[in-house]
Design a protein around this ligand. Structure first.
Ligand code: ASP
Length: 343
């Protein structure tokens, strides 16, 4: 007999949970306890929905480590009671949050689907209803009473993505997210179609491991033509700095000025890992392909390959939090752990 999936809907904040007060025109938080009254379509879905929400819902610009831990705590405490989880978040930092949660939950064998919306749920032209209803439907999709999706995903505007491959690309269009280096895992059209060969497969012999030790003291150093020694030096000299995401040009290229390379060398000598990610929205770092990246390879810069900056931040915070030693860091970072980069 088919199992009726139990879905936990977790509202953290963001536009999706807002309604317009038509007297004042202001956006105000929506009471998620009344979700089925506000969206009666949810009653038509073949699943049981329970809701939890942050006491004080946040704009996702205020997202931080403590909220990542709060989200994984809710999932961990309810893991055995539910078949799937839908996380509603503001869109602005959703790719960062969802990437981080993908690293914090190891051996996941249930779906965790992030979604949000560009217009509030109470708006006439809202995209919230479709995003929410389909995200719940995906979280409840089962094959032989087992969840079809067993990873952290982001569903938005008819596409299901591997969360740690996404980037927010638009502040105005409904099509607000994209996965530039990896195809969508599914698409919602007349039917809900999954890209079967790309989906993670559950390993029933492995139990969920929740990783909550996260290192916050890292930095993104974005290169631009004419960047000065003083700027690079002050960034790399941040007290207690534990890691650097270096946003380079093209396939991982950077200036070859001696002062620049010398500063990077000092950080590496001080056991601060530096990961090279490209500023291009599509494509991969190929260290050594041009002369302007050969030197980076020689001095021990780590290749982020085709990882997004959002995911690189999350992966670095996670690996440093786990206490990975500097000597092992490069080899571990350069391997895909949750499908966040290509081999
Ligand atoms: N500023 C909002 C947030 O990220 C935007 C949104 O929800 O889409 O929380």
């Amino acid at each position: 007999m088919a199992n009726i999936p139990n879905i936990l809907l977790i509202y953290t904040g963001g536009t999706i949970g807002m309604v317009k007060d038509y007297h004042t025109n202001a956006l105000k938080a929506f009471n998620f306890n009344q979700i089925k009254e506000k969206i009666p379509e949810l009653n038509l879905l073949d699943c049981r929905i329970k809701t939890k929400f942050f006491d004080k819902p946040i704009d996702s610009s205020n997202m931080s480590l403590k909220y990542w831990v709060k989200i994984v705590d809710i999932i961990e405490n309810n893991y055995d009671k539910f078949d799937g989880f839908v996380i509603l978040s503001g869109t602005d930092t959703m790719s960062y949050t969802a990437s981080a949660i993908s690293f914090m939950l190891e051996n996941l064998n249930k779906p965790v689907i992030f979604t949000g919306s560009q217009l509030p749920i109470g708006d006439l032209r809202t995209d919230a209803k479709e995003n929410l209803i389909t995200a719940i439907q995906i979280a409840g999709t089962q094959v032989n009473n087992k969840p079809k999706i067993v990873e952290v995903c982001l569903y938005f505007e008819y596409k299901l993505y591997r969360a740690n491959r996404t980037t927010k690309i638009s502040s105005s269009q409904f099509n607000a997210f994209h996965s530039h280096n990896f195809p969508p895992l599914g698409e919602s059209g007349v039917h809900l179609a999954f890209n079967e060969s790309l989906l993670h497969k559950a390993d029933p012999n492995k139990n969920l491991i929740v990783r909550k030790r996260i290192e916050d003291n890292i930095v993104i150093l974005k290169l631009f033509p004419g960047i000065t020694k003083q700027v690079v030096q002050s960034i790399l000299n941040i007290t207690g700095l534990r890691g650097v995401i270096l946003e380079t040009y093209g396939s991982g290229n950077a200036p070859t000025d001696k002062w620049f390379i010398d500063l990077l060398k000092v950080s590496i000598k001080n056991k601060v890992p530096i990961v090279n990610v490209t500023q291009c929205i599509n494509g991969s770092v190929l260290l050594g392909y041009y002369e302007t990246s050969s030197i980076l390879k020689e001095i021990g810069i780590i290749s982020g390959k085709d990882i997004t900056t959002e995911s690189a931040i999350a992966k670095m915070k996670y690996l440093l939090g786990e206490g990975i030693l500097f000597k092992d860091f490069k080899a571990i970072f350069e391997k895909p752990l949750r499908g966040e980069m290509s081999y």
